[in-house]
Write a protein that binds this ligand. Structure first.
Ligand code: ADP
Ligand code: MG
Length: 464
């Protein structure tokens, strides 16, 4: 299947071509047709599967450029993700005239965002707290909003935004199209979809079908502190240009990052005990290829869109085998080769067995029998780029490496309710004769396979 097979405007196809998107990913293939036909939609697929384009291309295709009214609203859990989605929208729409995208999020002056909204943006991408704030102040009008997307819905849930999301949905016009995208489907998200969406089509892309094939996977056995020695040996031998080290707990993550720093490694921590501002700074620096190594928890690193990670280390194995697939999917993105290694203690062996059962293969041991793949020229160039950024000193300035950094002002409760604006004025909805009527082939009724739900849950706080 190709993007040309969808009835998208030629300007959009041209932009996709520039971006090197040749064919749709499975979640894009499964959802775009129904979205273009105005159907409500629930799309479930792991991080990195291309959900942004899945909803943004159908939005862009149906924006009316002759109207400056807000026509589409995308809600994202964090400022970083809102900016990422807005950037993607801009790159997809670069050949479309008179289409503008406004990101709104907490932790930045609201006045500038109001000015941007007043200039007219047909697409607003925002965090729930700030969107609600703007709605309450009467600065954002949703009466012409025809498309609403809840992006990374499970993460919005785990960050406590679910009531804000419902509140915002209440202020949107009846008859709009609603799409919900999520990596996992915990019960409250299923319930939200049932209550707020109208006869949605469900598309689920099983995570095991993605990415694992392009990743070299290895295990190594070690107990307790020996894992640290093993990690250093691994780093020495593999010289990973960019790596994410996953640990199970917030405390374990911080401790490992501290240990590595003490031993002279350039690492940064990313976990839920850090303030939103600090988390965002670390994510931006990592994504911008300015830091080489991240030590992260699963929840904190969710939604971090990075396509350049070369190595993943599972310092601890996750409790749920599905999470293993999410983790290693951070490397080997979109056809690049990746390398993932898991450190397994005796106690973790049952978890390894569960993982091997899920991915339907035995993971080989890392060691003498497995030759170390040499770094590709691309990876060497990447390592040099990151090193140069490190040495320039700009990284230190860019990162607020402070666990107590102020939380994002879009956190629930920090909004300042003012006027209750936003009474629906009129309702308009373009019904296009776009469909080719082949929806449902990749759809699947609700229920289906049980979701893992594990990532929607708070991070365990206990140390190992
Ligand atoms: P998700 O929201 O599912 O986590 P993203 O939408 O952020 O995933 O996409 C992950 C990465 O894949 C991005 O870097 C994006 O540019 C890239 N990507 C998405 N769709 C395609 C495609 N059809 N072809 C090539 N790259 C793609
Ligand atoms: Mg996403």
């Amino acid at each position: 299947m190709r993007f040309e097979d969808f009835d998208l405007q030629p300007e959009i196809l041209r932009a996709l071509n520039d971006l090197g998107y040749t064919e749709p990913t499975p979640i894009q293939e499964g959802t775009m047709d129904a979205l273009l036909r105005d159907k409500d939609m629930v799309g479930q697929a792991q991080t990195g599967s291309g959900k942004t384009a899945a909803f943004m291309l159908p939005i862009l295709d149906r924006i009316d450029p002759d109207s400056k009214d807000l026509q589409a609203l995308v809600l994202c859990p964090t400022r970083e993700l809102a900016l990422q989605v807005a950037d993607a929208a801009r790159s997809f729409s670069k050949y479309l005239d008179n289409v503008s995208v406004v990101p709104v999020y907490g932790g930045a002056p609201i006045v500038e965002q109001i000015t941007a909204l007043n200039r007219g943006g047909q697409i607003v991408v925002g965090t729930p707290g700030r969107v609600l704030d703007l709605l309450r102040r009467g600065k954002m009008i949703l009466s012409d909003c025809r498309m609403v997307v809840l992006d990374e819905a499970d993460e919005m849930l785990s960050m406590g935004f679910i009531d804000d999301v419902r509140d915002i949905l209440k202020r949107t016009p009846w008859g709009k199209q609603t799409a919900l995208f999520s990596a996992t489907m915990p019960d409250p998200i299923k319930k939200l979809a049932e209550e707020e969406l109208h006869a949605p089509e469900f598309v689920k892309v099983a995570s095991k079908e993605i990415t694992v094939d392009t990743i070299t996977q290895r295990v190594a056995y070690a107990e307790g502190r020996d894992k640290l020695e093993l990690l250093e040996r691994f780093m020495e031998e593999m010289k990973p240009p960019t790596m994410i080290i996953f640990a199970r707990t917030k405390i374990g993550t911080q401790k490992l990052a501290d240990d590595l720093k003490r031993r002279g490694h350039k690492v940064r921590a990313l976990h839920g005990d850090m303030g939103q501002g600090a988390r965002d700074s670390v994510m931006i620096a990592f994504r911008g290829k300015r830091i080489p190594i991240l030590v992260a928890t699963d929840v904190a690193s969710r939604g971090l869109d990075v396509s350049h990670v070369t190595h993943v280390v599972n310092y601890d194995l996750p409790d749920e085998p599905e999470v293993y697939v999410h983790r290693i999917g951070r490397t080997g993105r979109v056809g690049r080769e990746g390398f993932a290694i898991s450190f397994v203690s005796n106690k973790e062996k049952p978890k390894l067995e569960a993982i091997e059962k899920l991915i339907k293969r035995e993971i080989q041991r890392w060691g003498i029998d497995t030759p170390i793949p040499p770094l590709t020229p691309e990876q060497i160039a990447l390592a040099e780029e990151i090193e140069a950024a490190e040495e320039s000193g700009e990284v230190e300035e860019a990162i607020v490496d402070n666990p107590d950094a102020v939380a994002d002002a879009s956190t629930p409760g920090s909004t300042e309710p003012t006027a209750e604006g936003d009474a629906p004025r009129k309702r308009r909805r373009r019904r296009g004769g776009r469909g080719r009527g082949k929806g449902g082939e990749s759809g699947e009724g609700g229920g289906g396979e049980a979701s893992t739900g594990s990532e929607g849950a708070p991070e365990p706080v206990t140390a190992e």
